[in-house]
Design a protein around this ligand. Structure first.
Ligand SMILES: Cc1cc2nc3c(=O)[nH]c(=O)nc-3n(C[C@H](O)[C@H](O)[C@H](O)COP(=O)(O)O)c2cc1C
Length: 385
């Protein structure tokens, strides 16, 4: 892995922290490259009250100087505003059991029970504080930086919501709809479907229920040949799928038209190959979603993922208290009704990390200038191939 990072931080702890290693020197970088992404991740109709408390801001604590990366590891911090309300509950100092706000009735669909069993916790807050999707704020920050690097290499991206709570968008994606998507409370292309989805969210909330949906991200301007077919762990489709499935509540992922293509004959699935002097190598269809043989093929990358409904239900499912072993309602913790729009932003950011890593793997380069030169030379070679 060329672009590496690790994060730490609890949902209600003082801050989220990450160390990012492997970025070239000379990448222009300011908080304005990251904060809009953090804001997008916080948004979306159907979020809980927590997102009204937080106004996530990135702090560069190392590796950036004078508006540019230095080549040293980046240290990133996002403070949790809500921590002010949780200082006693989250206090690292020794304390008495049970702690205030101890959680002992695991929520079906969440990490509570398996995490409690695995690490021997009886206060399941010790599990959920890290299992919480709050962690994704920091990964989105890393993704925003990866996105900045990709932008320098001529790559652009978008994410949107093709379906929420069973309400499908009737308007096919096009890049011209980018502004509509960015200004939409549900990141949908279709205003009519969006209105119906908002009604569905309101109804789910009133019923103490939650909703899932589909998320999609696209990248264009990619060179062919990122990733490799030669070893299983170098295949880019596998690396993207791993990242996508690491998003909390994502349970399925497809590249291109994978699930629909499974029912069709090959002649209706594969994308015929063309070449012309002006365009070089190209396809007239992109059912493969930009990946063949574990490598980009130069067409648009299309990644779709399925997000299950939020696990915390205000009208809870049955559960068993891990201390008393008596039947009890699953815990109710302040929660989102749906997080599909936010999850789409997360999918875009995390895919950017995989792609930036793949560029650095193929081209290396200690400086951005070096990397750009190598990518430009490769683009020339591809045209002539
Ligand atoms: C942006 C985002 C926000 C989420 N918010 C909540 C939430 O408020 N309440 C909740 O129970 N789960 C929420 N989840 C989902 C849980 O974090 C997830 O279901 C849980 O960690 C268990 O992991 P798994 O679903 O991947 O198996 C959210 C997920 C995402 C992507």
């Amino acid at each position: 892995m060329n672009l590496r990072f690790l994060s730490a931080g609890e949902s209600h702890g003082p801050q989220l922290t990450a160390v990012v290693d492997g970025l070239p020197a000379g990448l222009p970088l300011s908080v304005d490259d990251v904060n809009p992404w953090l804001k997008k991740r916080q948004g979306g109709y159907g979020r809980g009250r927590r997102m009204a408390i937080e106004a996530d801001q990135i702090i560069f604590a190392a590796g950036v100087r004078g508006g540019r990366t230095t080549g040293a590891p980046l240290a990133l911090i996002i403070e949790n505003r809500d921590w002010q309300n949780w200082t006693e509950i989250m206090d690292p100092a020794a304390g008495n059991w049970p702690r205030r706000k101890a959680l002992t009735t695991p929520r079906p669909g969440h990490a509570d029970l398996s995490g409690g069993v695995k690490y021997g916790h009886k206060d399941l807050r010790d599990v959920l504080e890290r299992a919480s999707a709050r962690e994704t704020a920091m990964r989105v920050a890393v993704g925003a930086i990866a996105h900045k690097l990709l932008g320098e290499l001529g790559v652009e991206s978008i994410s949107y919501v093709p379906m929420l709570g069973g309400v499908e968008s009737g308007v096919a994606f096009s890049w011209e709809l980018r502004e509509r998507i960015e200004n939409s409370p549900l990141r949908m292309t279709d205003p009519a479907a969006e209105a119906r989805a908002i009604t569905a969210i309101d109804a789910a909330k009133a019923a103490g229920d939650t909703l899932g949906g589909l998320l999609e991200t696209r990248f264009r301007g990619l060179i062919p040949g990122l990733g490799s077919y030669v070893q299983y762990d170098r295949k880019l489709d596998g690396r993207i799928a791993q990242m996508a499935l690491s998003i909390p509540a994502v349970k399925g992922v497809e590249i291109g038209e994978a699930f629909a293509a499974a029912a069709k004959p090959g002649s209706e699935v594969h994308d015929a190959i063309y070449r012309s002097e002006e365009r070089g190598w190209y396809r007239r269809s992109n059912r493969a979603g930009g990946l063949e043989g574990g490598m980009t093929n130069g067409e648009e990358l299309v990644v779709r993922a399925a997000l299950k409904p939020i696990a915390t239900l205000m009208r809870p499912l049955p559960s068993v208290d891990v201390v008393s072993h008596q039947m009890a309602d699953a815990a109710r913790e302040r929660s989102d009704v749906t997080a599909v729009p936010a999850a789409s932003v997360i999918l875009e950011a995390l895919t950017a990390i995989v792609l930036a890593d793949a560029y650095l793997e193929k081209f290396g380069g200690d400086t951005l200038a070096e990397l750009r030169e190598r990518v430009a030379a490769y683009r020339e070679r591809v045209r002539e191939y």
